[in-house]
Ligand binder design. Structure first.
Ligand code: WTA
Length: 561
């Protein structure tokens, strides 16, 4: 049954004046908004911060931080000065254009400042998710031979320097006794003046490691040119206007947290809320009320959790500032959209994109009707096609490979040291980028997500590579073989489920389950730990190469549950 269509509720303030539905769109028209359009040289940090100061908006609030313990703000001028100070410290320690600077910090303005300090002097920033454990940190830094890391004291036990030989300097944001440099202490003494390192549009900006179905996570590198599409989707999809207060709930270690939590709002000169602390319905409603959030970007699992915890409490909060809500990362169930519409009186606008695409490509624009269950339509300037196994277009309603006509301003620059992986996104030639997602479109061009074409797991919107988890499990002395799949789950979309063939002599199955879970959680990352474990005598495998047949495991799981 097709869920009821929800008509547009708000003006699309920006898109209505900048584009006519159905007309083609030329991305070059956006360029005039940037300084590099006249100088030829660019820097994302300048466009996000300094430009607003130069245009007389230095006293406006750039960042608004709230946690249980404290609340404070940075104006654009204050942010500029602080970023310059940190950048001067980095320069003193030898950071140069093109170096990888990793940032391993909780959600906090220091995370933003560290990222911009690196970017402003031409370095490529690598934000790491705050819950990564030792191995996840090590894999990423070693893969691209990262030289610098900015972290805090309480994370240092997950930073194994002996096994990361490329790291020349680790900074802490805490005021230490001098064992390792404290970037905050040194910044206090540093100059607030800095010569921005101007780079080319094609120069590296950030790196995010992302999982697929095989191998270790791959380093996706993006370039400064991304700002064209990040700025414009900020205007059109997030519908940001100068007076908005915007909150993106993702950590910058995930691409959403970087692109739509750091870059897009600040490119648009909009106040960005940062919430330090964990999820609870009460804490989140408090943030929405206290910070007077008007535009809010989150994810289906969070909305489902809010739905589960909202009863009796949402009415206690004043959410009158809120006018636009968006979602990304995993399928958004129609029932959640309807619940939100009834509870908050607002539509949730689903959006689709990937780490590799650098910005939103498919979205529910504020001006368009929403068909719950659909991710929306391609945004202006983007062409989508559904292709069959031979790369031929399929008619409406038929499921196939979701393909995007290349290219667009924010497409990845490269997969670090892996041109074969880069080429694998274009199996039918350079015209079509294949997402690895399966989808169909309807007669009006609305796109409906149908699943992945590979074994990648999406749990709470986080991409998890089954191979990575299988490899970790194999390091445990009790495990002879392991196979890992995503199992459908009503709250998290999917959960990680592991099938284990145990070595002889391991009897305590209950104790072992707990131990295996803890093993993955403490060595890799909490979100990768299998929530379900099943012991099995033998794993289904391909006859020739002996590879684990995850599809068979999925089938078996479906039959048994
Ligand atoms: C999935 C996150 C359904 C999809 C920005 C994609 C979605 C992968 C949606 C990218 C959506 C993203 N509905 N599935 N609206 N948005 N996905 O790189 O499978 O962490 O390929 O980027 O998430 O995940 P990534």
């Amino acid at each position: 049954m097709e869920a009821a269509i929800i008509p547009p509720q708000s003006a699309g303030y920006n898109i209505e004046t900048e584009w006519v539905e159905g007309e083609p769109f030329d991305w070059n028209t956006v360029n005039a908004r940037f300084t590099w359009n006249t100088t030829g040289k660019v820097n994302m940090a300048y466009e996000c911060i300094d430009r607003h100061v130069d245009e007389g908006n230095g006293e406006r609030i750039a960042l608004h931080y709230l946690s249980e313990e404290e609340e404070f703000t940075y104006t654009f001028s204050e942010l500029k000065r602080e970023v310059n100070r940190w950048a001067n410290v980095l320069l003193r320690y030898g950071v140069k254009k093109g170096d990888f600077v990793f940032v391993f910090l909780p959600k906090h303005p220091y995370c933003h400042i560290a990222m911009f300090a690196a970017i402003k002097i031409g370095a490529v920033v690598g934000p790491l998710f705050e819950a990564f454990m030792e191995e996840a940190v090590k894999d990423r830094i070693n893969d691209c031979e990262g030289k610098y890391l900015i972290t805090e004291d309480s994370f240092l036990d997950r930073v194994n320097r002996e096994e990361m030989p490329s790291l020349s300097t680790v900074f802490t944001i805490d005021k230490t006794d001098g064992a390792i440099p404290s970037i905050t202490s040194e910044a206090e003494k540093a100059s607030t003046e800095l010569d921005t390192v101007w780079v080319d549009l094609e120069d590296g900006l950030n790196i995010h490691y992302t999982s697929g179905s095989t191998g270790k996570p791959k380093g996706i590198i993006h370039a400064h040119r991304n700002m064209i599409q990040q700025f414009q989707t900020g205007r059109w999809v997030l519908d940001l206007k100068e007076e908005d207060v915007y909150w993106c709930t993702a950590h910058p270690g995930w691409v959403t947290g970087t692109v739509y939590g750091v870059f897009a709002p600040l490119l648009n000169g909009v106040t960005t809320v940062i919430h330090g602390g964990r999820f609870s319905a009460k804490a989140w409603y408090e943030v929405l009320e206290k910070a007077k959030v008007s535009v809010w970007y989150s994810a289906p699992t969070a909305f489902r959790m809010l739905k589960g915890q909202s009863e009796g409490i949402h009415a206690h909060y004043d959410l009158s500032s809120l006018r636009h809500i968006l979602s990304v990362g995993e399928p958004l169930n129609p029932e959640v959209i309807h619940w939100a519409y009834q509870t908050w009186g607002l539509r949730i606008h689903d959006t689709w994109w990937m780490t590799e695409t650098g910005a939103q490509l498919i979205a529910n624009l504020p001006t368009r009707p929403i068909k719950p269950g659909s991710m929306g339509k391609p945004i202006p300037g983007i062409e989508v096609e559904i292709l069959d196994e031979e790369g031929q277009p399929l008619p409406p309603q038929e499921t196939g490979h979701l393909a995007i006509r290349s290219t667009w301003p924010s497409i990845m620059k490269e997969v670090w040291k892996n041109p074969d992986k880069f080429a694998s996104y274009f199996p039918f030639g350079e015209d079509w980028y294949l997402a690895g997602d399966l989808a169909y479109v309807d007669e009006e061009g609305y796109v409906f997500f149908q699943g992945r074409s590979d074994d990648m797991i999406n749990s709470s919107g986080e991409r998890i590579g089954p191979f990575e988890v299988e490899s970790k499990l194999l390091e445990h002395p009790a495990v002879r073989e392991s196979g890992v799949i995503g199992k459908p789950d009503p709250l998290r979309g999917e959960i990680v489920k592991a099938f284990i063939v145990v070595r002889d002599g391991y009897k305590d199955r209950d104790g072992l389950m707990e131990d295996l879970r803890r093993f993955v959680k403490t060595e890799l990352a909490g979100h990768c730990a299998p929530r379900e474990i099943e012991f099995i005598d033998e794993l289904p495998k391909t006859q020739i190469s002996g590879k684990v047949l995850r599809r068979e495991l999925k089938k078996r799981d479906k039959v048994n549950s």
